[in-house]
Design a protein around this ligand. Structure first.
Ligand code: NAD
Length: 256
């Protein structure tokens, strides 16, 4: 256990599983109190119990990031329980649909509502408390799909993740007036329930073979990078995008 974010309250969306869970755990190991804000309340409760066993102070709060009212209630419950909201990790994300020509308007909207509007909703609800404190750290989870295109998800996913990076830059600009830093993290292919649902073993192997560091990412790789970006060590870092992909985005070299 360390103390790099001790005394902070971290609200992590989609923290019941995968990358969000690992980020939440890492922040908890470094002294933060954790809010596991997830639409899957059963999984969130299980994660909170597992964190408690590790000595991490954590509370599961039901939250659908695409529903502003649900987000407002979750942020209010966080402030009631912990008295502050210092770190917001906008991690919740989904991928629905496949090829562009088959995406339905409902699928398009669903992806945008969670992946992009969800970040707007959570940030807009958290910013007043952060601004009052004169200190806040927001980390938005984009993807290498936000730098090029998704290898497993549809065009809506790619578009949403490019949107996350644009939103991050503009939020960083506007919110610097209040002492709030905003950055984005771009994970490469990572072994989580999301990627297992979207890809076959063969496709994952094909991806791995293109990764210079020769393995898919583990959620913990992103957790360590996330910890840096929300800690005081990154106190002069805002509006940036950190890619954590084992060099996968360099793999154009292998195609030519
Ligand atoms: P995951 O499916 O394993 O976990 C996502 C979590 O988000 C789940 O607990 C789910 O219940 C929750 N969630 C879904 N919709 C929600 C909503 N409306 N409100 C609140 N919570 C909701 O996903 P993951 O692979 O850990 O991905 C996490 C983030 O990382 C996503 O933004 C994803 O786009 C991004 N990402 C993942 C990869 C990868 O390879 N796994 C790569 C790049 C980026």
């Amino acid at each position: 256990m360390g103390s790099r974010v001790s005394g902070k309250t971290a609200f992590v969306t989609g923290a019941a599983n995968g990358i969000g869970r690992s980020i939440a755990e890492r922040l908890g190991e470094e002294g933060a109190s954790i809010v596991i804000a997830d639409v899957d309340v059963e999984a969130a409760d299980e994660t909170a119990a597992a964190f408690a066993d590790e000595g991490i102070e954590a509370e599961a709060i039901e939250c659908d990031v695409s529903d502003r009212e649900s987000v407002r209630e979750a942020v209010d419950a966080t402030l009631d329980a912990f008295g502050s909201l210092d770190v917001l990790v906008n991690n919740a994300g989904i991928s629905v649909g496949e090829r562009f020509e088959d995406i339905t308007p409902e699928e398009w909207q669903q992806v945008m509502d969670v992946n992009l509007t969800g970040i707007y909703n959570c940030s807009a609800e958290a910013v007043p408390a952060m601004a009052e404190q004169g200190d806040g750290r927001i980390l938005n989870i984009s993807s290498i799909a936000g730098l090029n295109l998704s290898y497993a998800g549809p065009a809506s996913y790619t578009a949403s993740k490019w949107g996350v990076i644009g939103l991050t830059k503009h939020m960083a600009w506007d919110l610097s007036d209040y002492g709030i830093r905003v950055n984005a993290l771009c994970p490469g292919g990572t072994l989580t329930p999301l990627i297992e649902q979207l890809t076959s073993e063969e496709e994952r192997e094909a991806t791995r073979s293109k990764i210079p560091l020769d393995r898919m990412a583990k959620p913990r790789d992103h957790a360590d990078a996330a910890l840096f970006l929300v800690s005081d060590e990154a106190s002069y870092v805002t509006g940036t995008t950190l890619t954590v992909d084992g060099g996968l985005s360099l793999s154009v070299r292998q195609e030519v």
